[in-house]
Each structure stands twice: as structure tokens, then as C-alpha cells.
Design a protein. Structure first.
Length: 250
């Protein structure tokens, strides 16, 4: 673990939460999303000090968590790829793996993090992606319909990840979803992240575009299923948060 660097993306507003707080501070079972993730990381290795990428109301996050954390600032909200770029200069030397977690993944488990890091270490791909496959988008799975789709070629090789807003009707039918949790080969990541373009509906730099870039370079890409499907839930609204609260209690 001493060669693993972790980046937590926590710069977002979370407008649909109808809260003045940053989305990373949304409460689940009485504890902020970000605190859930940090507690899980501690179970991996108590010596790991993640880099928390902040932006919107960064002072509020630092107030809640305290100053005893490593922070990087995303000065403009230009997408997940841009957020990771913002952390580059804060990385410790000597790391060979970069694990990227979004702050709205409060239920991500120690087991899933261990599995994604184990596959990255053993198979040495450019990217290892946490994935979840769903039978449908009914009931509590409705919120998952907005997730990016993992698109594969006929030989099952990962071809790309397409964001829902940019997906074709055919791609939207795909039920293998991107959890937005990745392990990267550090050398490959830092050599390629500046190649990201913002030619999409949102005008943002998507971290997911690195998957297509890796495919174009004929790099290896691995996927790892989440330990529990509930880990995939990343609430974007009060209604989705209420559903998650009920599932956690159950």
C-alpha cells in the first residue's frame, strides 16, 4: 500500500440535493459521505493519507474534517478529469498506482477497494474499473439509469465508457455500469491525462475518456465487480438519498 496514492473527488456542489453544503458533506446515517469514505480507507491502511480535491465551499469541508488532511483545489468545475489534474502536483513521489474515488460513494466497501487494487497489482493494466451489472432499472435501481455505460467489443474487451447524456439509444440499453471508481497505472495516467478533451454535451474533461484513450493505445483494461450492488448507489437528489437511507437501515 505504500505505493498507492488515493484521490477523493469532493469539489462538487450537489445542486439537486437542495443543500447549501458541498455534496461531499451530505449526511447518510448521520455521517457525511466523505467521512464514510475516509473511514473505509482507514480499514485498508491507517497510514494512507488521501488527497481530497475540494472546490465549492472548500473551507466548509476543511472545517468539518479538520486540517490534518491533504487537500488539492479544483479552482473551476470542469469535470472529473480536470479534478484529477488538480491533484497531480500534490502527489507523493514513488507511487505506482492511483486510486480515484468520488465523494458521493459513501457505501464503497473495503472489499471492493482491496479487489480493485489487487487486480491492478497482479495484472498491471493501464486502468482497472469498478463495475456493476444490474438486471433492470426498476425500484431502487432507478437512480442507476443515469450512470455511464461500459461498452465492450464483440470479444468482450472494454471499448469505452460513455456518459448517459452522451449515449445513443442502443448504448443506454447496456446494463453494465461504470461506478466511477478506478485504479490507474500512475505512470500511464500522468503521461496521458493532459490529452483529455472537453468535446461533449457538458463541455467537461471526463476521466472516463481515458478508457477510450487506453483502448486506442491498445493498453490493457480490467473490470472488477463491486462487492455489493448497494455500493453503486450515488444519490444525486433528496429522493435518492431517502431511498439509500432506507436500504442502509434494512
Amino acid at each position: 500500500m505504500n505505493k498507492v496514492q488515493i484521490i477523493i473527488l469532493a469539489a462538487g456542489k450537489g445542486v439537486r440535493m437542495q443543500s447549501k453544503e458541498p455534496k461531499a458533506l451530505t449526511l447518510l446515517a448521520g455521517k457525511p459521505f466523505l467521512k464514510h469514505i475516509l473511514d473505509t480507507i482507514k480499514k485498508l491502511d491507517t497510514n494512507i493519507k488521501p488527497i481530497i480535491v475540494v472546490g465549492y465551499k472548500k473551507e466548509r469541508i476543511q472545517e468539518v474534517l479538520g486540517r490534518d488532511h491533504a487537500y488539492a483545489e479544483q479552482h473551476e468545475q470542469l469535470g472529473t478529469g480536470h479534478a484529477v489534474m488538480s491533484a497531480k502536483n500534490n502527489m507523493l513521489k514513488g507511487h505506482d498506482t492511483v486510486l480515484v474515488i468520488s465523494a458521493d460513494q459513501p457505501l464503497v466497501s473495503k472489499e471492493t477497494l482491496e479487489n480493485i487494487l489487487a487486480v491492478q497489482k497482479e495484472k498491471k493494466p493501464a486502468i482497472t474499473i469498478a463495475a456493476v451489472s444490474v438486471p433492470d432499472f426498476l425500484d431502487w435501481r432507478t437512480g442507476l439509469n443515469n450512470f455511464g455505460r461500459i461498452i465492450r467489443e464483440n470479444n468482450r474487451r472494454v471499448k469505452k465508457i460513455v456518459e448517459y447524456k452522451d449515449a445513443s439509444a442502443e448504448e443506454k440499453v447496456v446494463k453494465e455500469l461504470n461506478l466511477a471508481l478506478y485504479a490507474f497505472d500512475a505512470k500511464w495516467l500522468w503521461e496521458n491525462i493532459d490529452k483529455l478533451q472537453n468535446e461533449n454535451v457538458q463541455g467537461e474533461y471526463y476521466l472516463t475518456d481515458l478508457v477510450k484513450l487506453a483502448c486506442d493505445q491498445d493498453e490493457k483494461i480490467e473490470t472488477v465487480p463491486v462487492y455489493n450492488i448497494l455500493e453503486a448507489l450515488q444519490p444525486n437528489s433528496r429522493e435518492e438519498l431517502e431511498i439509500l437511507e432506507k436500504l442502509v437501515v434494512e
